[in-house]
Design a protein. Structure first.
Lengths: 310, 278
Protein backbone atom coordinates (compact mmCIF):
# COMPACT_ATOMS: atom_id res chain seq x y z
CA UNK A 1 0.00 0.00 0.00
CA UNK A 2 3.00 2.23 0.24
CA UNK A 3 3.04 4.23 -2.95
CA UNK A 4 6.51 5.47 -2.23
CA UNK A 5 7.87 2.14 -1.26
CA UNK A 6 8.45 3.23 2.27
CA UNK A 7 7.93 0.88 5.17
CA UNK A 8 6.11 2.55 8.02
CA UNK A 9 6.42 1.27 11.54
CA UNK A 10 3.62 -0.44 13.36
CA UNK A 11 1.41 2.17 14.97
CA UNK A 12 2.81 2.87 18.40
CA UNK A 13 1.58 5.29 20.96
CA UNK A 14 -0.97 6.99 18.77
CA UNK A 15 -4.17 5.27 19.87
CA UNK A 16 -5.70 4.68 23.23
CA UNK A 17 -7.61 1.43 23.28
CA UNK A 18 -7.24 -1.61 21.06
CA UNK A 19 -10.85 -1.76 19.84
CA UNK A 20 -11.08 1.89 18.88
CA UNK A 21 -7.69 1.59 17.22
CA UNK A 22 -9.09 -1.14 15.02
CA UNK A 23 -12.30 0.74 14.22
CA UNK A 24 -11.09 4.29 13.76
CA UNK A 25 -9.29 3.94 10.44
CA UNK A 26 -12.26 2.13 8.96
CA UNK A 27 -14.57 4.88 10.14
CA UNK A 28 -12.33 7.40 8.43
CA UNK A 29 -12.42 5.37 5.24
CA UNK A 30 -16.09 4.46 5.29
CA UNK A 31 -17.52 7.56 3.57
CA UNK A 32 -14.99 7.30 0.72
CA UNK A 33 -15.61 3.60 0.22
CA UNK A 34 -19.35 4.17 0.28
CA UNK A 35 -19.15 6.88 -2.37
CA UNK A 36 -16.92 4.70 -4.53
CA UNK A 37 -19.34 1.83 -4.18
CA UNK A 38 -22.24 4.00 -5.27
CA UNK A 39 -20.51 5.85 -8.10
CA UNK A 40 -18.29 3.14 -9.55
CA UNK A 41 -18.92 -0.43 -8.45
CA UNK A 42 -22.68 -0.30 -8.74
CA UNK A 43 -22.79 1.51 -12.12
CA UNK A 44 -20.26 -0.93 -13.57
CA UNK A 45 -22.26 -3.91 -12.37
CA UNK A 46 -25.41 -2.33 -13.73
CA UNK A 47 -23.72 -1.67 -17.05
CA UNK A 48 -22.55 -5.27 -17.26
CA UNK A 49 -26.15 -6.35 -16.82
CA UNK A 50 -27.33 -3.91 -19.49
CA UNK A 51 -24.67 -5.19 -21.87
CA UNK A 52 -26.34 -8.61 -21.86
CA UNK A 53 -29.62 -7.16 -23.06
CA UNK A 54 -31.13 -5.52 -26.09
CA UNK A 55 -32.01 -2.19 -24.61
CA UNK A 56 -33.01 0.68 -26.89
CA UNK A 57 -33.64 3.89 -25.05
CA UNK A 58 -35.11 5.64 -28.08
CA UNK A 59 -37.87 3.11 -28.45
CA UNK A 60 -40.07 2.68 -25.44
CA UNK A 61 -39.23 -0.92 -24.88
CA UNK A 62 -38.06 -2.81 -21.86
CA UNK A 63 -35.03 -4.99 -21.49
CA UNK A 64 -34.72 -8.11 -23.50
CA UNK A 65 -32.11 -10.54 -22.28
CA UNK A 66 -29.91 -11.63 -25.15
CA UNK A 67 -26.85 -13.03 -23.43
CA UNK A 68 -23.60 -12.49 -25.24
CA UNK A 69 -25.16 -11.39 -28.53
CA UNK A 70 -23.96 -7.79 -28.14
CA UNK A 71 -20.39 -8.91 -27.58
CA UNK A 72 -20.56 -11.21 -30.60
CA UNK A 73 -22.08 -8.46 -32.76
CA UNK A 74 -19.25 -6.10 -31.81
CA UNK A 75 -16.66 -8.49 -33.25
CA UNK A 76 -18.51 -8.41 -36.56
CA UNK A 77 -19.18 -4.65 -36.51
CA UNK A 78 -16.98 -3.21 -39.25
CA UNK A 79 -17.29 0.32 -37.96
CA UNK A 80 -16.27 -0.75 -34.47
CA UNK A 81 -13.25 -2.66 -35.76
CA UNK A 82 -12.35 0.30 -37.93
CA UNK A 83 -12.57 2.59 -34.90
CA UNK A 84 -10.13 0.31 -33.07
CA UNK A 85 -7.69 0.42 -35.98
CA UNK A 86 -8.09 4.20 -36.32
CA UNK A 87 -7.45 4.62 -32.60
CA UNK A 88 -4.14 2.82 -33.06
CA UNK A 89 -3.35 4.80 -36.21
CA UNK A 90 -3.86 8.04 -34.30
CA UNK A 91 -2.33 7.26 -30.93
CA UNK A 92 0.77 5.27 -31.88
CA UNK A 93 2.32 8.06 -33.96
CA UNK A 94 1.19 10.52 -31.28
CA UNK A 95 2.85 8.44 -28.59
CA UNK A 96 6.13 8.11 -30.47
CA UNK A 97 6.27 11.74 -31.54
CA UNK A 98 5.33 13.14 -28.15
CA UNK A 99 7.95 10.97 -26.49
CA UNK A 100 10.75 11.91 -28.89
CA UNK A 101 9.86 15.59 -28.67
CA UNK A 102 9.46 15.50 -24.89
CA UNK A 103 12.79 13.73 -24.52
CA UNK A 104 14.54 16.26 -26.75
CA UNK A 105 13.12 19.17 -24.77
CA UNK A 106 14.10 17.49 -21.50
CA UNK A 107 17.68 17.16 -22.77
CA UNK A 108 17.62 20.78 -23.88
CA UNK A 109 16.44 21.95 -20.46
CA UNK A 110 18.77 19.71 -18.50
CA UNK A 111 21.38 22.39 -17.84
CA UNK A 112 21.51 25.35 -15.56
CA UNK A 113 20.38 28.61 -17.12
CA UNK A 114 18.47 31.68 -16.18
CA UNK A 115 14.68 31.44 -15.71
CA UNK A 116 14.80 27.69 -16.15
CA UNK A 117 11.92 27.14 -13.72
CA UNK A 118 9.81 29.63 -15.62
CA UNK A 119 10.43 27.91 -18.95
CA UNK A 120 9.60 24.51 -17.47
CA UNK A 121 6.37 25.91 -16.05
CA UNK A 122 5.34 27.53 -19.33
CA UNK A 123 6.09 24.34 -21.22
CA UNK A 124 3.96 22.39 -18.73
CA UNK A 125 0.85 24.47 -19.49
CA UNK A 126 -0.58 22.24 -22.28
CA UNK A 127 -0.83 19.33 -19.85
CA UNK A 128 -3.44 21.15 -17.82
CA UNK A 129 -5.28 23.03 -20.55
CA UNK A 130 -8.63 21.36 -21.16
CA UNK A 131 -8.36 18.97 -24.11
CA UNK A 132 -11.54 20.60 -25.40
CA UNK A 133 -9.97 24.06 -25.33
CA UNK A 134 -6.74 22.77 -26.86
CA UNK A 135 -8.64 21.11 -29.67
CA UNK A 136 -10.66 24.30 -30.25
CA UNK A 137 -7.44 26.28 -30.50
CA UNK A 138 -6.09 23.82 -33.06
CA UNK A 139 -9.38 23.94 -34.96
CA UNK A 140 -8.92 27.69 -35.34
CA UNK A 141 -5.24 27.40 -36.21
CA UNK A 142 -5.78 24.72 -38.84
CA UNK A 143 -8.40 26.60 -40.87
CA UNK A 144 -6.90 26.59 -44.37
CA UNK A 145 -7.27 30.30 -45.14
CA UNK A 146 -7.49 32.02 -41.79
CA UNK A 147 -5.40 29.73 -39.61
CA UNK A 148 -1.95 30.24 -38.16
CA UNK A 149 -0.42 26.96 -39.29
CA UNK A 150 -0.73 27.47 -43.03
CA UNK A 151 0.36 31.08 -42.65
CA UNK A 152 3.46 30.04 -40.74
CA UNK A 153 4.27 27.44 -43.38
CA UNK A 154 3.73 30.06 -46.08
CA UNK A 155 6.26 32.34 -44.46
CA UNK A 156 8.78 29.51 -44.15
CA UNK A 157 8.29 28.22 -47.70
CA UNK A 158 7.97 31.64 -49.27
CA UNK A 159 4.71 30.99 -51.10
CA UNK A 160 1.06 30.59 -50.11
CA UNK A 161 0.33 27.20 -48.60
CA UNK A 162 -3.31 26.16 -48.39
CA UNK A 163 -3.38 22.70 -46.88
CA UNK A 164 -6.76 21.38 -45.81
CA UNK A 165 -5.63 19.82 -42.55
CA UNK A 166 -8.96 18.24 -41.72
CA UNK A 167 -10.08 17.48 -45.26
CA UNK A 168 -8.71 14.00 -45.94
CA UNK A 169 -8.75 10.93 -43.69
CA UNK A 170 -4.96 10.81 -43.47
CA UNK A 171 -4.53 14.51 -42.75
CA UNK A 172 -7.34 14.52 -40.21
CA UNK A 173 -5.73 11.66 -38.29
CA UNK A 174 -2.45 13.50 -38.38
CA UNK A 175 -4.10 16.64 -37.03
CA UNK A 176 -5.74 14.78 -34.16
CA UNK A 177 -2.37 13.18 -33.42
CA UNK A 178 -0.70 16.61 -33.50
CA UNK A 179 -3.01 17.87 -30.76
CA UNK A 180 -2.00 14.86 -28.68
CA UNK A 181 1.68 15.58 -29.27
CA UNK A 182 1.17 19.16 -28.12
CA UNK A 183 -0.54 17.85 -25.01
CA UNK A 184 1.70 14.90 -24.12
CA UNK A 185 5.20 16.02 -25.10
CA UNK A 186 5.33 18.31 -22.03
CA UNK A 187 4.29 15.38 -19.87
CA UNK A 188 7.18 13.25 -21.09
CA UNK A 189 9.40 16.29 -20.76
CA UNK A 190 8.54 16.71 -17.06
CA UNK A 191 8.99 13.03 -16.25
CA UNK A 192 12.25 12.66 -18.15
CA UNK A 193 13.63 15.93 -16.84
CA UNK A 194 13.03 14.69 -13.30
CA UNK A 195 14.74 11.46 -14.31
CA UNK A 196 17.71 13.29 -15.81
CA UNK A 197 18.18 15.40 -12.74
CA UNK A 198 18.16 12.36 -10.52
CA UNK A 199 21.28 11.00 -12.24
CA UNK A 200 24.24 11.81 -10.00
CA UNK A 201 26.93 14.00 -11.59
CA UNK A 202 29.65 11.80 -10.18
CA UNK A 203 28.68 9.06 -12.60
CA UNK A 204 29.42 11.31 -15.55
CA UNK A 205 32.60 12.64 -13.99
CA UNK A 206 33.91 9.18 -13.28
CA UNK A 207 33.20 8.07 -16.82
CA UNK A 208 34.79 11.20 -18.24
CA UNK A 209 37.92 10.57 -16.23
CA UNK A 210 37.99 7.13 -17.80
CA UNK A 211 37.93 8.80 -21.21
CA UNK A 212 34.31 8.26 -22.27
CA UNK A 213 33.05 10.36 -25.17
CA UNK A 214 29.82 12.34 -25.01
CA UNK A 215 28.04 9.74 -27.10
CA UNK A 216 29.25 7.01 -24.78
CA UNK A 217 28.12 8.98 -21.72
CA UNK A 218 24.68 9.30 -23.26
CA UNK A 219 24.41 5.69 -24.38
CA UNK A 220 25.87 4.04 -21.32
CA UNK A 221 24.70 6.27 -18.48
CA UNK A 222 21.81 8.53 -19.48
CA UNK A 223 19.72 6.11 -21.52
CA UNK A 224 19.91 3.09 -19.19
CA UNK A 225 19.07 5.23 -16.16
CA UNK A 226 16.07 6.76 -17.91
CA UNK A 227 14.52 3.41 -18.80
CA UNK A 228 12.24 3.40 -15.80
CA UNK A 229 10.71 6.89 -15.99
CA UNK A 230 10.45 6.55 -19.76
CA UNK A 231 8.59 3.27 -19.55
CA UNK A 232 6.16 4.47 -16.90
CA UNK A 233 5.54 7.72 -18.77
CA UNK A 234 4.93 5.90 -22.04
CA UNK A 235 2.50 3.46 -20.49
CA UNK A 236 0.53 6.12 -18.65
CA UNK A 237 0.35 8.21 -21.79
CA UNK A 238 -0.72 5.17 -23.82
CA UNK A 239 -3.47 4.22 -21.37
CA UNK A 240 -4.80 7.75 -21.49
CA UNK A 241 -4.59 7.98 -25.27
CA UNK A 242 -6.60 4.78 -25.71
CA UNK A 243 -9.53 6.66 -24.14
CA UNK A 244 -9.18 9.60 -26.54
CA UNK A 245 -12.50 11.39 -27.05
CA UNK A 246 -12.48 15.17 -26.56
CA UNK A 247 -10.10 16.06 -29.37
CA UNK A 248 -11.95 13.92 -31.90
CA UNK A 249 -15.31 15.27 -30.80
CA UNK A 250 -14.20 18.87 -31.15
CA UNK A 251 -11.73 18.79 -34.02
CA UNK A 252 -13.18 16.35 -36.55
CA UNK A 253 -16.44 15.00 -35.14
CA UNK A 254 -15.15 11.62 -36.29
CA UNK A 255 -14.86 12.78 -39.88
CA UNK A 256 -14.25 13.09 -42.71
CA UNK A 257 -16.70 10.22 -43.04
CA UNK A 258 -15.92 8.00 -40.13
CA UNK A 259 -12.16 8.11 -40.63
CA UNK A 260 -11.19 9.56 -37.26
CA UNK A 261 -13.71 7.73 -35.11
CA UNK A 262 -11.96 6.25 -32.10
CA UNK A 263 -13.12 3.54 -29.70
CA UNK A 264 -14.57 5.92 -27.13
CA UNK A 265 -16.03 8.18 -29.79
CA UNK A 266 -17.83 5.36 -31.58
CA UNK A 267 -19.07 3.88 -28.31
CA UNK A 268 -20.36 7.30 -27.30
CA UNK A 269 -22.20 7.55 -30.59
CA UNK A 270 -23.81 4.15 -30.30
CA UNK A 271 -24.72 4.39 -26.63
CA UNK A 272 -25.44 8.04 -26.01
CA UNK A 273 -26.36 9.49 -29.40
CA UNK A 274 -28.40 6.65 -30.89
CA UNK A 275 -29.22 5.23 -27.48
CA UNK A 276 -28.52 1.59 -28.31
CA UNK A 277 -27.51 1.40 -24.67
CA UNK A 278 -27.28 -2.37 -24.46
CA UNK A 279 -24.90 -2.56 -27.39
CA UNK A 280 -23.06 0.58 -26.26
CA UNK A 281 -22.50 -0.93 -22.84
CA UNK A 282 -21.02 -4.02 -24.45
CA UNK A 283 -18.68 -1.89 -26.55
CA UNK A 284 -17.64 0.06 -23.48
CA UNK A 285 -16.60 -3.19 -21.84
CA UNK A 286 -14.28 -3.87 -24.76
CA UNK A 287 -12.69 -0.48 -24.10
CA UNK A 288 -12.55 -1.28 -20.41
CA UNK A 289 -10.89 -4.61 -21.16
CA UNK A 290 -8.23 -2.95 -23.29
CA UNK A 291 -7.45 -0.37 -20.64
CA UNK A 292 -7.40 -3.08 -17.97
CA UNK A 293 -4.89 -5.11 -19.94
CA UNK A 294 -2.61 -2.12 -20.31
CA UNK A 295 -2.99 -1.29 -16.62
CA UNK A 296 -1.98 -4.81 -15.67
CA UNK A 297 1.10 -4.30 -17.80
CA UNK A 298 1.81 -1.07 -15.94
CA UNK A 299 1.51 -2.83 -12.59
CA UNK A 300 3.83 -5.52 -13.89
CA UNK A 301 6.38 -2.85 -14.78
CA UNK A 302 6.17 -1.52 -11.23
CA UNK A 303 6.75 -5.04 -9.94
CA UNK A 304 9.75 -5.56 -12.21
CA UNK A 305 11.11 -2.29 -10.96
CA UNK A 306 10.83 -3.46 -7.36
CA UNK A 307 12.53 -6.72 -8.21
CA UNK A 308 15.21 -4.87 -10.11
CA UNK A 309 14.46 -6.35 -13.53
CA UNK A 310 13.99 -3.03 -15.31
CA UNK B 1 35.94 34.48 -17.53
CA UNK B 2 36.16 35.56 -21.10
CA UNK B 3 33.86 33.86 -23.52
CA UNK B 4 35.03 32.62 -26.86
CA UNK B 5 33.07 33.13 -30.05
CA UNK B 6 32.18 29.45 -30.05
CA UNK B 7 30.63 29.72 -26.61
CA UNK B 8 28.60 32.71 -27.70
CA UNK B 9 27.31 30.87 -30.74
CA UNK B 10 26.37 27.93 -28.61
CA UNK B 11 24.56 30.06 -26.06
CA UNK B 12 22.70 31.92 -28.80
CA UNK B 13 21.73 28.66 -30.48
CA UNK B 14 20.48 27.31 -27.19
CA UNK B 15 18.31 30.31 -26.44
CA UNK B 16 16.94 30.48 -29.98
CA UNK B 17 15.94 26.81 -29.83
CA UNK B 18 14.48 27.26 -26.37
CA UNK B 19 12.40 30.25 -27.37
CA UNK B 20 11.29 28.52 -30.57
CA UNK B 21 10.11 25.44 -28.71
CA UNK B 22 8.38 27.46 -25.99
CA UNK B 23 6.75 29.63 -28.64
CA UNK B 24 5.47 26.59 -30.52
CA UNK B 25 3.88 25.16 -27.39
CA UNK B 26 2.37 28.49 -26.46
CA UNK B 27 1.12 29.19 -29.98
CA UNK B 28 -2.38 27.65 -29.59
CA UNK B 29 -2.96 29.71 -26.46
CA UNK B 30 -1.63 32.91 -28.01
CA UNK B 31 -3.68 32.34 -31.16
CA UNK B 32 -6.83 31.94 -29.12
CA UNK B 33 -6.12 35.12 -27.20
CA UNK B 34 -5.47 36.97 -30.43
CA UNK B 35 -8.64 35.60 -32.06
CA UNK B 36 -10.74 36.60 -29.09
CA UNK B 37 -9.62 40.21 -29.57
CA UNK B 38 -10.24 40.38 -33.32
CA UNK B 39 -13.18 42.06 -34.96
CA UNK B 40 -15.24 39.85 -37.31
CA UNK B 41 -13.60 41.50 -40.33
CA UNK B 42 -10.17 40.85 -38.95
CA UNK B 43 -10.97 37.25 -38.26
CA UNK B 44 -11.73 36.71 -41.94
CA UNK B 45 -8.73 38.58 -43.25
CA UNK B 46 -6.42 36.72 -45.56
CA UNK B 47 -3.53 36.26 -44.97
CA UNK B 48 -4.46 36.03 -41.29
CA UNK B 49 -3.54 38.75 -38.86
CA UNK B 50 -1.35 37.61 -36.00
CA UNK B 51 -2.00 40.65 -33.91
CA UNK B 52 -5.38 42.34 -34.25
CA UNK B 53 -5.07 45.91 -35.55
CA UNK B 54 -8.06 47.12 -33.61
CA UNK B 55 -8.21 44.93 -30.53
CA UNK B 56 -11.75 44.78 -29.21
CA UNK B 57 -13.32 43.40 -26.09
CA UNK B 58 -16.63 43.11 -27.93
CA UNK B 59 -16.57 39.30 -27.88
CA UNK B 60 -16.10 39.27 -24.14
CA UNK B 61 -18.99 41.69 -23.75
CA UNK B 62 -21.28 39.54 -25.92
CA UNK B 63 -20.05 36.40 -24.26
CA UNK B 64 -20.76 37.55 -20.75
CA UNK B 65 -23.92 39.40 -21.75
CA UNK B 66 -26.14 38.13 -24.53
CA UNK B 67 -24.74 34.62 -24.82
CA UNK B 68 -25.22 33.99 -21.14
CA UNK B 69 -21.59 32.97 -20.70
CA UNK B 70 -21.77 33.96 -17.08
CA UNK B 71 -24.22 31.16 -16.48
CA UNK B 72 -21.86 28.52 -17.95
CA UNK B 73 -19.00 29.84 -15.87
CA UNK B 74 -21.14 29.77 -12.81
CA UNK B 75 -22.19 26.19 -13.54
CA UNK B 76 -18.60 25.09 -14.09
CA UNK B 77 -17.58 26.86 -10.90
CA UNK B 78 -20.35 25.26 -8.85
CA UNK B 79 -19.62 21.78 -10.17
CA UNK B 80 -15.82 21.98 -9.99
CA UNK B 81 -15.79 23.86 -6.69
CA UNK B 82 -18.39 21.59 -5.13
CA UNK B 83 -16.57 18.52 -6.34
CA UNK B 84 -13.24 19.78 -5.00
CA UNK B 85 -14.66 20.41 -1.53
CA UNK B 86 -16.48 17.09 -1.51
CA UNK B 87 -13.44 15.16 -2.70
CA UNK B 88 -11.15 16.80 -0.13
CA UNK B 89 -13.61 16.19 2.69
CA UNK B 90 -13.69 12.50 1.82
CA UNK B 91 -10.07 12.00 0.81
CA UNK B 92 -8.23 13.66 3.68
CA UNK B 93 -9.54 11.29 6.39
CA UNK B 94 -9.33 8.34 4.02
CA UNK B 95 -5.74 9.06 3.03
CA UNK B 96 -4.79 9.62 6.67
CA UNK B 97 -6.28 6.25 7.61
CA UNK B 98 -4.47 4.52 4.76
CA UNK B 99 -1.16 6.20 5.48
CA UNK B 100 -1.11 5.91 9.27
CA UNK B 101 -2.92 2.66 9.88
CA UNK B 102 -2.36 0.78 6.63
CA UNK B 103 -5.99 -0.38 6.64
CA UNK B 104 -6.83 -2.91 4.03
CA UNK B 105 -3.17 -3.26 3.19
CA UNK B 106 -1.81 -2.89 -0.33
CA UNK B 107 -4.92 -4.34 -1.92
CA UNK B 108 -7.27 -1.58 -0.81
CA UNK B 109 -4.94 1.26 -1.70
CA UNK B 110 -4.29 -0.31 -5.08
CA UNK B 111 -7.99 -0.84 -5.70
CA UNK B 112 -8.66 2.82 -5.01
CA UNK B 113 -5.90 3.95 -7.32
CA UNK B 114 -6.88 1.51 -10.07
CA UNK B 115 -10.22 3.21 -10.32
CA UNK B 116 -8.51 6.23 -11.80
CA UNK B 117 -7.52 4.23 -14.87
CA UNK B 118 -11.13 3.29 -15.76
CA UNK B 119 -12.26 4.58 -19.14
CA UNK B 120 -14.92 7.27 -18.57
CA UNK B 121 -17.09 5.85 -21.36
CA UNK B 122 -17.62 2.64 -19.37
CA UNK B 123 -19.09 4.67 -16.53
CA UNK B 124 -20.93 7.38 -18.34
CA UNK B 125 -23.38 4.98 -20.03
CA UNK B 126 -24.67 3.37 -16.80
CA UNK B 127 -24.54 6.74 -15.01
CA UNK B 128 -26.74 8.22 -17.69
CA UNK B 129 -29.28 5.41 -17.32
CA UNK B 130 -29.24 5.50 -13.53
CA UNK B 131 -29.38 9.29 -13.36
CA UNK B 132 -32.38 9.29 -15.68
CA UNK B 133 -34.16 6.86 -13.38
CA UNK B 134 -33.20 8.74 -10.22
CA UNK B 135 -33.85 12.22 -11.70
CA UNK B 136 -30.25 13.21 -11.05
CA UNK B 137 -29.71 14.27 -14.64
CA UNK B 138 -29.14 18.00 -14.97
CA UNK B 139 -28.61 18.48 -11.23
CA UNK B 140 -25.55 19.88 -9.48
CA UNK B 141 -25.40 17.18 -6.79
CA UNK B 142 -25.53 14.53 -9.49
CA UNK B 143 -22.58 16.02 -11.34
CA UNK B 144 -20.57 16.68 -8.21
CA UNK B 145 -21.06 13.04 -7.28
CA UNK B 146 -20.16 11.77 -10.77
CA UNK B 147 -16.79 13.51 -10.78
CA UNK B 148 -15.72 11.81 -7.57
CA UNK B 149 -15.18 8.65 -9.63
CA UNK B 150 -11.90 9.90 -11.04
CA UNK B 151 -10.96 12.58 -8.53
CA UNK B 152 -11.14 10.63 -5.28
CA UNK B 153 -8.54 8.06 -6.37
CA UNK B 154 -6.20 10.81 -7.47
CA UNK B 155 -6.64 12.90 -4.32
CA UNK B 156 -6.33 9.93 -1.98
CA UNK B 157 -3.20 8.75 -3.72
CA UNK B 158 -1.45 12.11 -3.57
CA UNK B 159 -2.52 12.75 0.01
CA UNK B 160 -1.25 9.35 1.17
CA UNK B 161 2.16 10.48 -0.04
CA UNK B 162 1.97 13.73 1.90
CA UNK B 163 0.86 12.02 5.11
CA UNK B 164 3.61 9.43 4.81
CA UNK B 165 6.26 12.03 4.18
CA UNK B 166 5.19 13.89 7.29
CA UNK B 167 7.63 13.16 10.10
CA UNK B 168 5.80 11.06 12.62
CA UNK B 169 7.89 12.32 15.51
CA UNK B 170 6.37 15.78 15.20
CA UNK B 171 2.85 14.42 15.51
CA UNK B 172 3.82 12.19 18.44
CA UNK B 173 5.46 15.12 20.18
CA UNK B 174 2.26 17.12 19.87
CA UNK B 175 0.30 14.24 21.31
CA UNK B 176 2.70 13.84 24.21
CA UNK B 177 2.10 17.51 24.89
CA UNK B 178 -1.60 16.76 25.31
CA UNK B 179 -2.99 17.15 21.81
CA UNK B 180 -5.60 14.60 20.73
CA UNK B 181 -4.99 12.69 17.52
CA UNK B 182 -7.66 14.67 15.70
CA UNK B 183 -6.19 17.85 17.13
CA UNK B 184 -2.72 16.91 15.95
CA UNK B 185 -3.99 16.32 12.43
CA UNK B 186 -5.95 19.57 12.29
CA UNK B 187 -3.50 21.82 14.10
CA UNK B 188 -0.13 20.33 13.17
CA UNK B 189 -0.22 18.15 10.06
CA UNK B 190 -2.75 19.89 7.83
CA UNK B 191 -1.24 23.38 8.19
CA UNK B 192 2.19 21.97 7.39
CA UNK B 193 1.12 20.01 4.33
CA UNK B 194 -1.21 22.82 3.23
CA UNK B 195 0.74 23.58 0.01
CA UNK B 196 0.36 19.96 -1.03
CA UNK B 197 -3.34 19.95 -0.21
CA UNK B 198 -3.69 23.16 -2.21
CA UNK B 199 -2.20 21.48 -5.25
CA UNK B 200 -4.49 18.48 -4.84
CA UNK B 201 -7.42 20.89 -4.66
CA UNK B 202 -6.27 22.72 -7.78
CA UNK B 203 -5.69 19.50 -9.68
CA UNK B 204 -9.12 18.17 -8.72
CA UNK B 205 -10.71 21.45 -9.68
CA UNK B 206 -8.97 21.61 -13.03
CA UNK B 207 -9.65 18.01 -14.03
CA UNK B 208 -13.30 18.55 -13.22
CA UNK B 209 -13.39 21.88 -15.03
CA UNK B 210 -11.72 20.36 -18.10
CA UNK B 211 -13.97 17.35 -18.53
CA UNK B 212 -16.18 17.05 -21.57
CA UNK B 213 -17.63 13.54 -21.80
CA UNK B 214 -19.46 13.47 -18.47
CA UNK B 215 -20.63 17.04 -18.80
CA UNK B 216 -21.90 16.41 -22.31
CA UNK B 217 -23.96 13.46 -21.15
CA UNK B 218 -25.16 14.39 -17.71
CA UNK B 219 -25.90 18.11 -18.04
CA UNK B 220 -28.84 19.81 -19.69
CA UNK B 221 -29.63 23.46 -20.21
CA UNK B 222 -29.52 24.63 -16.62
CA UNK B 223 -26.27 22.90 -15.64
CA UNK B 224 -24.32 23.16 -18.91
CA UNK B 225 -20.63 23.67 -18.27
CA UNK B 226 -18.22 25.93 -20.05
CA UNK B 227 -16.65 23.00 -21.94
CA UNK B 228 -19.99 21.99 -23.43
CA UNK B 229 -20.53 25.62 -24.34
CA UNK B 230 -17.27 25.66 -26.36
CA UNK B 231 -18.35 22.72 -28.43
CA UNK B 232 -21.81 24.06 -29.13
CA UNK B 233 -20.22 27.18 -30.61
CA UNK B 234 -18.34 24.95 -33.04
CA UNK B 235 -21.44 23.43 -34.52
CA UNK B 236 -22.83 26.70 -35.77
CA UNK B 237 -19.62 28.48 -36.58
CA UNK B 238 -20.09 32.09 -37.41
CA UNK B 239 -17.41 34.67 -36.97
CA UNK B 240 -19.04 36.16 -33.92
CA UNK B 241 -19.29 32.81 -32.24
CA UNK B 242 -15.71 31.95 -33.07
CA UNK B 243 -14.65 35.15 -31.41
CA UNK B 244 -16.69 34.58 -28.31
CA UNK B 245 -15.76 30.90 -28.26
CA UNK B 246 -12.11 31.97 -28.19
CA UNK B 247 -12.98 34.44 -25.49
CA UNK B 248 -14.60 31.76 -23.41
CA UNK B 249 -11.61 29.49 -23.96
CA UNK B 250 -9.27 32.21 -22.76
CA UNK B 251 -11.28 32.47 -19.56
CA UNK B 252 -11.71 28.70 -19.47
CA UNK B 253 -8.01 27.92 -19.41
CA UNK B 254 -7.19 30.25 -16.54
CA UNK B 255 -7.26 27.44 -13.92
CA UNK B 256 -4.87 25.44 -16.08
CA UNK B 257 -2.36 28.27 -16.12
CA UNK B 258 -2.59 28.84 -12.41
CA UNK B 259 -2.01 25.17 -11.80
CA UNK B 260 0.88 24.81 -14.22
CA UNK B 261 2.65 27.84 -12.83
CA UNK B 262 2.09 27.11 -9.14
CA UNK B 263 2.03 23.39 -8.89
CA UNK B 264 4.31 22.24 -11.69
CA UNK B 265 6.39 20.31 -9.17
CA UNK B 266 3.45 18.11 -8.26
CA UNK B 267 2.07 17.72 -11.76
CA UNK B 268 4.14 14.71 -12.67
CA UNK B 269 3.26 13.01 -9.47
CA UNK B 270 -0.41 13.79 -9.91
CA UNK B 271 -0.64 12.78 -13.53
CA UNK B 272 1.41 9.66 -13.17
CA UNK B 273 -0.90 8.82 -10.27
CA UNK B 274 1.87 8.30 -7.78
CA UNK B 275 4.06 6.24 -10.05
CA UNK B 276 6.95 8.64 -9.88
CA UNK B 277 7.87 11.13 -7.26
CA UNK B 278 7.69 14.64 -8.71
Amino acid sequence: MNPNGKVTREQSSISSSRASRRMKPWLLLAPTLLVMLVTTVFPLAYSLMVSFTRYELAREMGWEFTGLINYRDAVGDQRFLASAIQTVQIIVPALVMSFVLGFSIALLLNRPFRWRGLFVSILAVPIMVAPTAGAMAFALMLTPKYGAVNDLLSILVGQRVLIDWLGSPGMAKLSVAAVQVWRWAPFHMLILLAGLQAIPDQLYEAARVDGATRVQLFGHITLPLLRWPALVGLLICFIDLVKIFDTVYVLTGGGPGTSTETLTFYTYHIGLRFFHVGYGAALSFYVLGTVLLLSVLLVQVFRWRKEGVV
Amino acid sequence: MKRTAWQWTRATGFYVTLLGVTGAFLLPTLWIISTSLKTPGEYFSFPPLWIPRQPTLEHYRLLLGEYGGVQYFRNSLIISGGNTLFVLALSIPAAYALARYQVGGRVLAFWILAQRMLPPIALVIPLFLLYTKLSLLNTFPGLILAYTIFNIPLAVWLLIGFFQDFPRAIQEQAMVDGCSELGSVIRIILPLIAPGVMVVALLTFTLCWNDLLLALTLTRSSTRTIMVFFTSALYSPTDVQYGSASGSIVLGIVPAFVLALCGQRYLVRGLSAGGIKG
